[in-house]
Design a protein around this ligand. Sequence first.
Ligand SMILES: Cc1cc2nc3c(=O)[nH]c(=O)nc-3n(C[C@H](O)[C@H](O)[C@H](O)COP(=O)(O)OP(=O)(O)OC[C@H]3O[C@@H](n4cnc5c(N)ncnc54)[C@H](O)[C@@H]3O)c2cc1C
Length: 445
Amino acid sequence: MKKEISNWGNYPVMESNERNFSLLEDIQNYVRTTRDYIPRGNGRCYGDASLAANTICTTRFDKILSFDSGTGIFECQSGITLDQVLEVIVPKGWFLPVTPGTKFITVGGAVASDVHGKNHHIDGCFSHHVDEMDILLADGNLITCGPGKETDLFEATCGGMGLTGLITRIKFRLKKIETAYIRQKQIKAANLEEVLRLFEEYKDYTYSVAWIDCLKKGSGFGRSILILGEHATASDLNEQQQKAPLALPKKKQITFPFSLPSWVLNTFTVKAFNFLYYGKNFRKEIDNVVNYEPFFYPLDAILHWNRGYGKKGFIQYQFVLPLESRQGLIEILQRISDKGLGSFLAVLKIFGKQESLIGFPMEGYTLALDFPVRKGLFEFLDELDKIVLQYGGRLYMSKDARMRPDILRAGYQHLPQFLSIVKKYNPEGKIHSVQSDRLFLKSDQ
Ligand SMILES: Cc1cc2nc3c(=O)[nH]c(=O)nc-3n(C[C@H](O)[C@H](O)[C@H](O)COP(=O)(O)OP(=O)(O)OC[C@H]3O[C@@H](n4cnc5c(N)ncnc54)[C@H](O)[C@@H]3O)c2cc1C
């Protein structure tokens, strides 16, 4: 059915013939007879990665195929969402090995972007926990691949943005938990230097993330709240929590009712938000035990919060810089602060070592910021791209809607190898997206 679709940033918007199947044979028949398509999960990437003239949406292809609650091996169709997975595994004492900041993505999307969480420095990316998966190639054939089988296909699919084929089945390993709670520590950092020092000091914590006020100048430049966490044990819980340590959190969701006019977001409102967010923690340090929902998915409590950025949509700009490139981080934050183009959410995380074909993480710091689409934004982001490259970093394709091909090439050293594997499995270039057309130029595929 032809309809207007976009991803989480609501930019760009396009008309697509979107098909949604629940049977493998139907998807197979469709890909055999169709060109110019891209697999699509739940549309939670921000930009244009899952947009094309034809999209195969997997959200009805969402069955659990097996779950061994003794070993924590989980096998599913690719369209199941992390939300649906959590509902089944948490009561049995298991958790996702890696989760992004929203649970409304599909498992297929988690592999195709090779998502990272707050534990990358300890547990790596989602693909590090995948044992096996099936890929439906452009010619309609299914191939099983994994870390020790058809490894070129496996490596090019993890982080490959859907270009090798449609992932249909995934088998991955879960993480054992004693409770559904997180022992959380929040520490206020007066500036950027302090928060980087704290990341280093607390690097043994499994989960860490910092929220940065990117508009603050002077000695408070880069002031932040660092949030650390560990899965709580039964003895960490209070009496009430101990009655049902693995209970799922109650669904409490509100919906953002309409798109805000774009003038609502300005330096003044962003400064006010940041002031309140930073000020809400009166004490330097807070220790408490919270359910996994507010810890991992604070924004999921407000459905459609992306409408807050207005009808023109927004860009999430996420880059990573090597550990030693602190100066690059300072320069970028400085530019943003000077420009007054503040973002409500500037999220800083640390990445551990990673060698992959096309995956985003590398050892260092990653920062993600939201910018409403407005005049002059793209030119400004082009300038930031240059700083990212100058300091040896790269941008995350899953958040991207505007990067130029030369920026991608310079950031991803194994890109030619990746493209030759894509060509092997998708020789006629039947599978491509608006993003791949922009980044790889059709002739490369
Ligand atoms: C609030 C929020 C927070 C986020 N936080 C993080 C974070 O912390 N870390 C992180 O890494 N990401 C994060 N993301 C990004 C998100 O996790 C990824 O973009 C993810 O890939 C989205 O999955 P999806 O199912 O919605 O797929 P889509 O957005 O529809 O597609 C994403 C890509 O996956 C491909 N794809 C989807 N399904 C398949 C399939 N079955 N087979 C082959 N290819 C497929 C598509 O072609 C596309 O290239 C966040 C997103 C949001 C909205």
